[in-house]
Design a protein around this ligand. Structure first.
Ligand code: G6P
Ligand code: MN
Length: 445
């Protein structure tokens, strides 16, 4: 079986340790020869790198090479898969995004609204630079990009690298939602085959088929989900903001008794209600900094101090990291031409027939060694069409604002966003965001 060289871009991230555990657990299906961790933050990269050495020594002794580095040139040589998960400006800038939006009475959120807009303008230049360097040293590697805000990033990569079918933009949210459906139905995610359409963090499930019998569980699920649920299987979703999100799903399904919405639609369909739930002094970025991020790095410190995981409370023992399994599923599909179906962000090209062919849509795609092949959706009803065209116009204008350094386009983008809307608010918000992002954004005039 071929062994692969893998590079995690954003190797110092709080998500990396679980991904590493997942790679260990999946080694039979997806063997690795070389593991590279790349990050531009030396200290964090070293910590995760040292953790990786201990982890792999214990669970993956057959690996030939582990590298952790802050040099792109060193990192990107001879890579088969780059798994890209960067957060430009880290959680500090996420906090700024969220708090600036809230200061202007708009929703403060990582990928939606003004927060996602600001984050998008930081992500685009960094991602373009990284992809260019990857392409210099590993022209044919698969780039699995799940850096946020994925919708805006995908629009930018489509424009800058239009013929590079080995760049694949994905998000874990539809998968996470499917896990929840599986839990509610008493099934496994792999028993379910979804039909879905939309943009990233802005889409709907239209059918949930049983992979074996073909039965559509959507009507049954819709009824079950009209009552608020309490997710058990995913520990992250026990956190107060995530459990509130899943609880709120019932409201959306009661109000729109048709398809099943991506949880992120709560921000666009109920912006005022969501705004009221937010604390301008303490946002989700603060929760993550004080919670998951802190816990993860404390765990790493403990493992580095112990010099081992096996026989300690940090033993990964088969279970850890299953959530990230779909990344390996996807990589395996690309490497082995399995033609399995995944939800991927890709160019519309007629897949949703009554929408712009240029749109970057999130739809089921067949995946094999020649890339992704979207499966036809057909026409969608007016309500969804209107929402999607409006949201895509916002995303597209955000990328225009980056490409042209245009404040006018930036303003148009913000006004189109359903969480901003008012021109006077958007103007003031934009000025604050420009100042806060001086180190990251292109000059705008
Ligand atoms: C989901 C989304 C990601 C997002 C993450 C935020 O996984 O798909 O796009 O970044 O949630 O979670 P957090 O816990 O950082 O708010
Ligand atoms: Mn996502």
């Amino acid at each position: 079986m071929k062994k692969y060289n893998i590079c995690i871009v954003g190797g110092g991230s709080r998500y990396t340790p679980d991904m590493l555990a997942m790679l260990c657990n999946q080694k039979e299906r997806f063997p690795i020869k070389k593991l590279v961790l790349y990050d531009n933050e030396k200290e964090r990269q070293e910590k995760v790198g040292k953790y990786a050495e201990i982890l792999f020594r214990e669970y993956y002794p057959e690996i030939e090479e582990i590298i952790y580095t802050t040099s792109m040139k060193e990192a990107f040589q001879d890579i088969d898969f780059a798994l890209m998960q960067i957060r430009v400006g880290r959680l500090k800038m996420r906090e700024m995004d969220e708090k600036i939006a809230l200061k202007h009475g708009c929703l403060g959120q990582e990928t939606c609204g003004a927060g996602g807009f600001a984050y998008g303008l930081r992500s685009i230049p960094a991602i373009i630079e990284i992809i260019n360097v990857i392409r210099k040293y590993s022209p044919k590697c698969w780039i699995l990009n799940y850096s946020n805000p994925a919708a805006i990033v995908a629009e930018a990569t489509k424009r800058i690298f239009p013929n590079d079918y080995r760049i694949i933009n994905i998000c874990d949210m539809p998968i996470a939602i499917l896990d929840v459906y599986a839990e509610v139905l008493g099934k496994k995610r792999k028993d379910l085959e979804p039909k879905y359409f939309g943009l990233n963090h802005f889409g709907w499930f239209t059918h949930i088929y049983d992979t074996k019998t073909g039965e559509d569980y959507l009507p049954k699920l819709r009824e079950l989900l009209k009552t608020p649920i309490d997710v058990q299987t995913e520990p992250l979703f026990q956190e107060p903001s995530w459990s509130a999100t899943f609880e709120f799903m019932s409201q959306m399904i009661n109000d729109y008794d048709e398809y099943l919405p991506n949880t992120y639609l709560q921000y666009y369909l109920y912006p005022h209600k969501m705004l009221k739930k937010q604390n301008p002094e303490y946002t989700r970025a603060n929760e993550v900094m004080d919670g998951n991020e802190k816990d993860t790095f404390q765990r790493l410190d403990a493992v580095l101090a112990n010099g081992k995981l096996k026989g300690t409370e940090y033993d990964i023992d088969g279970s850890a990291g299953c959530h990230a399994e779909y990344i390996v599923d996807l990589a395996t599909a690309l490497a082995n031409n399995t033609k399995e179906i995944f939800l991927i962000i890709t160019k519309n090209n007629g897949t949703i027939s009554n929408l712009d062919p240029e749109m970057m849509v999130e739809v089921p795609c067949r995946v094999g060694s020649n890339g992704v092949e979207p499966l036809s959706v057909g026409n969608i009803p007016t309500f969804y069409k209107g929402l999607l065209e409006n949201q895509y116009a916002y995303e597209s204008l955000t990328v225009d604002a980056y490409a042209e350094g245009s404040k006018a386009k930036a303003l148009q983008a913000l006004v189109l966003n359903r969480t901003v809307v008012n021109t006077n608010v958007a103007k003031e918000l934009l000025e604050d965001l420009i100042n806060a992002n001086a180190d990251y954004w292109p000059k705008m005039q």
